[in-house]
Design a protein around this ligand. Structure first.
Ligand code: GTQ
Length: 353
């Protein structure tokens, strides 16, 4: 950050010249005057470096396919194009706290097993018959599914179908790194062995029932694939009898059935239906949010920008910037943010305008 922008208005700039020797000597002792930077550190309101941005899938997809011809998953480990916020170039961030990338895998390829403290979410964009295996259980991924890789669980991805498979990865590694808590391990071998049948997690936790005497030590949901057919059905059904929310349309949050809280401890996730012709009222919140268009076309006003979007486009709404959505057709948006962290730390602020 530019230190001048943080100078207290009351600091006398002429007098600062006479203090330069002091600053220099203090600096040699690793001491720095707070009064030169205070207002840049403790700001009157959020000063996001993250800016509103839109990635059109039609423009991004050719780059994903070109990446497939240039590097294998074996070499890349994860063949991902990072969605870099234009306000944070080179930082591998879509918001100040969160990572987003588009991962592509081709038939027959394997993204080898590893595990890390950072948690990941996958939101499936395109393709069929690819799977991810998490902690010994495989799940086949379909467009619109929300899939979780909990902290420190072994995971690999594979593809047994035809055509490229693309999903959006959302990770919290910048939060983990801020706190100095990152660990990672590669698995000795391409894939981690499977120990449970596909569908085990859904049977145990996805039917409004939980096994007796089962202890849950983690804050992450035991359901690791929230399939789109069920999510979509819920949204459309409730749109027929529930009054619409003026700021969000019909919006549901993904929950951990054990706690009733967010599905993941760091990242909050939602799916919303904006019925044809619906125009939301504007709101703003301190959690910068990433949106993925699942179905339909529409537009979102984000601060002074207007994004016209179509299926598979991704856009980002920075902290404290007002947002307003309109659905041209029945449109469905997936979204995620660091709200789960902000709530736990009593940091979240929201304003419905
Ligand atoms: O699939 O495990 O986009 O570890 C970034 C880091 C994906 C993954 C990413 C990862 C992964």
């Amino acid at each position: 950050m530019d230190s001048a922008s943080g100078i207290l208005p009351s600091v006398d700039l002429a007098a600062e010249v006479g203090r330069s020797d002091f600053y220099q000597r203090a600096g040699q002792q690793h001491l720095a005057p707070l009064w030169r930077v205070l207002h840049g550190l403790v700001t009157d309101e959020p000063v996001p470096r993250c800016v509103p941005a839109l990635w059109r899938y039609a423009q991004v997809r050719p780059f994903l396919l070109e990446a497939c011809s240039l590097i294998s998953t074996a070499e890349a480990e994860r063949r991902v194009l990072v969605l870099e916020n234009p306000g944070l170039p080179g930082a591998s961030r879509i918001t100040q706290s969160l990572f987003a990338g588009l991962q592509v895998i081709l038939p027959g390829e394997v993204a080898p097993a590893h595990r890390h403290v950072a948690s990941a979410l996958r939101f499936i964009i395109e393709g069929r018959d690819a799977f991810t295996a998490v902690a010994g259980e495989k799940t086949t991924m379909r467009p619109g599914d929300f899939v979780i890789t909990p902290s420190m669980t072994w995971h690999d991805h594979g593809h047994e179908g035809s055509g490229p498979m693309v999903w959006l990865d959302g990770l919290d590694m910048h939060i983990v790194n801020l706190l100095g808590a990152s660990f990672r391990e590669g698995y000795p071998g391409q894939v981690h062995p499977q120990s449970r049948p596909e569908g085990a997690a859904m049977a145990e936790a996805g039917c409004n029932l939980l096994p007796v005497d089962q202890a849950y030590g983690s804050q992450t949901s035991p359901i690791f694939n929230y399939p789109y057919d069920r999510t979509r059905e819920a949204l459309h059904r409730l749109s027929r009898f529930r009054e619409i929310n003026a700021w969000h349309g019909h919006k549901m949050r993904y929950v951990n059935p054990v706690t009733g809280g967010w599905a993941m401890p760091t990242m909050a996730t939602w799916m919303q239906l904006l019925p044809q012709g619906f125009e939301s009222r504007p709101y703003r919140a301190t959690d910068s949010t990433v949106f993925v268009v699942v179905e339909g076309r529409g537009s979102s006003r984000v601060g002074d920008r207007v994004f016209e979007w179509a299926p598979h486009d991704v856009f980002v709404v920075p902290s404290w910037v007002p947002v307003q959505h309109s659905g041209r057709d029945d449109a469905v948006l997936f979204s995620y943010s660091d709200r789960a962290v902000q709530e736990k730390l009593d940091l979240l602020r929201e304003e419905k305008l």
